[in-house]
Each structure stands twice: as C-alpha cells, then as structure tokens.
Design a protein around this ligand. Structure first.
Ligand code: FCB
Length: 466
C-alpha cells in the first residue's frame, strides 16, 4: 500500500449544467449553454442539459451514493442563472434555497461542500450584452458572488472562483466550440482577462463574507512536449505552453501576461500591441491577489508539432502519443507528476488540489448489472500513483477530486462520453456504481493505493449508447 498524507482530502466533482436538469424549475433563467445547445450542429448528439441526471430532484439519492462511497468532500458548481435569472439586479431566493439545502445535507452527512462559483453557465442576458468580452460582466459576477457567499459563507469552507478560464475564453469565444460559440480572438483575450479580474475581485468579496473559507481558482493545465527535438518543435511547444498555461498562471502569480505570447497574438492579428487594451491600471494587482490554493484539472498532455516547418523538412518525430480514452485524450499519467512539480517550482501555490481527473469510457452494465470499467480503474490508479510521486517530491498537494461522480452531459459531446464512476441510465435515471466507484471507495477508506494496479478479471462488455 502507498499511503497518502494524513488529512488528504478525497472527493468527487460535478458541475451544475452537466447534472442538474430542471432547466426552468424554481425560476432558473436561461444560460448560454441552453442557447448554445439549441443551435443545430453545436452538440454531437444534438442534446442539451435540460434534463441531464435530474440531480436537482434526485440530490438526496446522490448524496446517499456519496455517503456510501465514503467521500470526504463534494465539489459542485452553482449556476448563476438560478441565483440571478436575468444575470443581475434581482436575485432569486428559490434558486439559492436549493444550495442551502444541498450544503446542509452534505454537512449533515459529514461531506465537505467545495463550491465552484462559475462553471460556465453565464446568464444569457449578460451574453446578449457582450458576455465575458465586456467589463460590465465582471461587476455582475462580483454581485453574484457576493449574494452566494453571503448566504453560504457561514458553512462552506472552500470556494473556487472559476473553473478553467482557458475553456471559458478560448473554447467559448475564439474557437466557438463551447457556449457562447463565438469565433473572435480579440473578444476571447478580453474574456480571459475579465474572468481573471472577476477572480481577483471575487476573492476579496469571499474573504469579507466568509473569513474562514479558503479561496482558489481552478485551471486546466496541459504539460506540453515537443514531438521531436527540432528547434521548430521546441519553439511551438513553448508557444503552446505560453498560450495554454502561462497566460493564466503568470498573471495569477504576479508576473503579468507573458510577453512572448503577447507577441504571438500581435503577429496573428489578435491584439494590437504593445498595450493590451482590456488591461486597466491596477488590474494586474487585483488578479494577483494571494489565494489559499490552486485547483488543477488534469486529463492529458500535448505532444506539439510545429506547423511552421513543412512536415518533410522537420526532424522525425520522436514522441508519439499513446493509448487514448473514448474522448480521444491520451492516457499519460506521468504528465500529472511533471505538471505538479512544474507548478510548484515555477509558481509555488500555498497548496494544490487536483480538482478534476478522470477518463471517458463507455463501459456499461453486463448481464448481471455489473460494470467492469477496468480502463477507468487503471487510469485512476496510475494517476494517483503520479500524484503520490509528486507529494513525495515535495509538492504541497492536499486533495484529489475524481471527475466525475456521475456520467453526465459532456458539453459539446452530449451524453455519449461517460466520465462517471457511477453509471447513469438516462432512460430511467437509475444510478449504478461502476467497479471504479468501489475502487475509489476502498482508496478513500484506506487513504492509500493498493500496491498492485487493477487488472482485468472479467471480459469487458460495452453497451450501445442511446
Ligand atoms: C473539464 C470540465 C468538466 C468536464 C471535464 C471532462 O474541462 O471542467 O466540466 O467536462 O472537462
């Protein structure tokens, strides 16, 4: 057995739009995901989150599952359109009351609530007024955070301001793959800045409302490796790391925006330098507010190949991605160790939590109703080994949240990519813990990993998705 440090926090993560359903219940307003998902072609299976896992009505049962699993904490998000149906001004007590009940229920079950304040569901009226690309949205976000943390701050001990600013800004505003589906780089860079500024200002508000709570932000970070040792691939790798990782880490840790990445955006016509028009005096200080922890979401690495050099003129590839999960992401556990060491070395957050890690595999029930999701079990084991190696190397890693508690609505992929350690039958809403849930339960109970990695003892069976 390899033991984790005493006090290591074990949990599972979800987000509101992906599980709650109840799209119009209790006065919930429209979010950018409702609007985006309705666009033909936006979502792989044409679905939306209107029903999802019906968690809004089944939360007590889901809480029983968490309790059975022995979870010590549960990371969930609060959807802004339930609290402010039109984005601003008029809050909705019925929406807020749901999270009061959920928090009280979790505490009664001895499960620590970890609240993500923004996990992508912007109220549509705010998007109609410019969304994250405009500065007014920052003010609106601070009002929203104030109301939520004023209500829950007496009981919630850990708040995450934002989930994955890269996804919010780049997938949402530059690539158009996520809501609001815009393809406008200058807007995306402004959006990224406004999300960071919102984090800085919200952190201060949370400190006032919940002086005993820890505050952090969650980033999706991707370690990058050049596909070959060529100068072109190394340069492309540095650019990837800059755009993906440093663009967020540098300002959060007081270094401002990385100049090499600014230059790339200027070359591409995304920015007119030298000034970044959306950065007002004092913003960078606000963004660099000290926090209590950094949340890291880790799924995979990037193997970067330069597009500047024609393939035949570049050096032969020496690094090839390995096996992939159902969503096409390479399984690369050592990337988690490397990433944690790098963040610790370069930015030294006071504390780190893995706020998401997991894998999409569609393994479903066999004829006995058992779900032998061996690949997911191997994925979890190998990534926890990597996390433990980082702890042994001195990284102050204090928690791990598996993504996800339940199979759920995987954004533009719809319901076909299943990340849950609990199976959801979407026709009946039945929940069935997969073998990985049993595995996770044992790891949490022991606060340790078994020495031997899980291996297949049953023939694997796949089910057709609906
Ligand atoms: C992350 C998101 C989360 C989930 C996983 C698979 O980027 O934070 O909501 O969709 O990916």
């Amino acid at each position: 057995m390899s033991r984790f440090p005493d006090g290591f926090l074990w949990g599972a993560a979800t987000s509101a739009y992906q599980i709650e359903g109840a799209g119009r219940t209790d006065g919930r307003g429209e979010s950018i995901w409702d609007r985006f998902a309705a666009q033909p072609g936006a979502i792989a299976d044409g679905s939306d989150g209107a029903v999802a896992c019906e968690h809004y009505n089944r939360w007590q049962k889901d809480l029983e599952l968490m309790r059975w699993m022995g979870l010590q904490s549960y990371r969930f998000s609060i959807p802004w359109p339930r609290i402010f149906p039109t984005g601003r001004w008029q809050s909705n007590p019925a929406g807020l009351a749901f999270y009061d009940r959920l928090v009280d229920g979790l505490l009664a079950a001895n499960i620590e609530p970890v609240v993500t304040l923004y996990h992508w569901d912007l109220p549509q009226p705010l998007e109609d007024a410019g969304g994250w690309a405009v500065r007014d949205t920052v003010d609106a976000s601070v009002e929203y955070v104030d109301v939520v943390t004023d209500q829950l701050g007496d009981r919630v001990r850990r708040f995450i301001t934002h989930n994955e600013p890269w996804c919010i800004s780049v997938l949402g505003y530059a690539q158009g793959l996520h809501a609001p589906g815009r393809k406008d780089w200058p807007a995306a860079l402004a959006a990224a800045h406004h999300v960071l500024l919102s984090h800085g200002l919200a952190t201060q508000v949370i400190r006032d409302n919940a002086p005993n709570a820890q505050v952090g932000i969650t980033l999706n970070l991707v370690p990058a490796e050049p596909a070959s040792p060529s100068a072109a691939d190394r340069e492309a790798t540095r650019a990837f790391d800059g755009a993906f990782n440093r663009w967020f880490l540098d300002p959060l840790y007081g270094r401002g925006y990385p100049q090499d990445v600014v230059a790339v955006h200027v070359d591409a016509g995304n920015l007119v330098a030298p000034e970044l028009p959306f950065v007002h005096p004092g913003d960078l200080e606000l963004i660099a507010v000290p926090t209590d922890f950094l949340g890291v979401n880790y799924y995979s690495r990037a193997v970067v190949r330069s597009e500047r050099v024609p393939e035949e003129q570049n050096a032969p590839r020496t690094v090839h991605p390995g096996e992939r999960t159902d969503i096409g992401w390479e399984v690369y556990p050592d990337g988690l160790r490397q990433l944690l060491l790098r963040v610790h070395r370069d930015y030294a957050p006071a504390s780190l939590h893995i706020t998401e890690n997991g894998a999409a595999y569609d393994t479903g029930p066999d004829e006995h109703g058992q779900i032998h999701d061996i690949e997911r079990q191997q994925f979890l084991h190998s990534h926890l080994e990597a996390a433990l190696a980082a702890v042994h190397a001195g990284v102050p890693l204090h928690g791990y949240f598996v993504w996800s508690l339940l199979d759920n609505y995987e954004w533009q992929e719809g319901y076909r990519k299943r990340f849950g350690i609990v199976w959801v039958d979407y026709a009946t809403q039945e929940r069935v813990p997969k073998e990985s849930a049993h595995q996770f339960r044992a790891i949490v109970a022991a606060n340790a990993l078994p020495a031997v990695a899980p291996h297949a003892t049953h023939a694997r069976r796949r089910v057709l998705q609906r």
